[in-house]
Ligand binder design. Sequence first.
Ligand code: PLP
Length: 364
Amino acid sequence: MPIYLDYNATAPLRPQAYARMQELLVIPANPSSVHSLGRTAKKHLENSRKIIAEALSAWPNEIIFTASGTEANNTALSGFPERRLLISAAEHSSVLRHPMVTTDNLIAVDENGIINLSDLEARLAENPQPALVSIMLANNETGVIQPISEIAAICKKYGALLHTDAVQALGKIPVDFSLLGADMLTISAHKCGGAVGAAALVVKNNLVIKPLLSGGGQELGRRAGTENIAAIAAFAEAVAAIDLGDMQNLRLWLDEMEKQIQAKGGIVFGANAQRIPNTSCIAMPDIGNEVQLIDFDLKGYAVSAGSACSSGRIEKSHVLLAMGVPAELASCAIRVSIGWNSTQSEIQNFTEAWLKLADRLKRG
Ligand code: PLP
């Protein structure tokens, strides 16, 4: 088994989540059924909703379960069609490629990847049409954290709604829906030790959102489709297992790695901003990331470039380009992301492999 350093793509399933899935997958469980099995399924669903709501300081009826973070983001952005959209240039593709987004909707980020607050305020002030602003809490490629509470205060001043994509923040930093001040927030199970197939959009309970999917009246009529009970219950197990205390070590290990690679000419992106503790976006100048990924793969390290399209080809990172990183350097960047099952020696071994590769390729 390779050493897994790609938690931001998907995190390994936590044992508690796996056990719960095994238990529930074998029960025919549709929470909309009236018979006793259906009622049991409903109990699991509502219990999971409660656990997740409590972890986020939200109300259970504010949680809409979806099948993916992508679906939750799309639901948020499509949910208020009368509003104009404003998003940051560094958003995940599930926000950036929404059909209502054009280059006119994009708010700039600075060289550290932080959204330009005066640009946001100017855009909100210049047009009286109510806006929906979507800014991620933590970036999937660089780990950079946005000042969501400050952004929320600006949005409030101009009557704008704020959605934040917290998919990469959950499990790594505190995610408190009421403290953040956002009106909507996205989370996804498989990024924090749950399974692919469950995610949620948290929506303030005074808001009426237009559903993306219509059909049965599930999720209080806000998202049709039978809920994936096993994945949702595993999601709740994963959320309950989160221990943010463990995260401090991850940052120390990555800081040490960054120090060593910087001493050998490596570049760390977003280093001057606040970042989630598990993520490091690093470049080996002049060595394309495809070459690096293949070499690390052969040596048994699973890392990734910032964003890979579904064909497996590496695209230039729109996040790094938005931060003003030259295209050539952006194509030398890889992402190291670790998590609940990582160890210090894995990072130390990877650091050695990085330093060796840099030496070998420099010597030609
Ligand atoms: N938002 C961010 C920041 C992500 O990193 C991802 C996944 O990479 C998503 C949204 C999409 O989540 P999902 O894979 O559950 O669709």
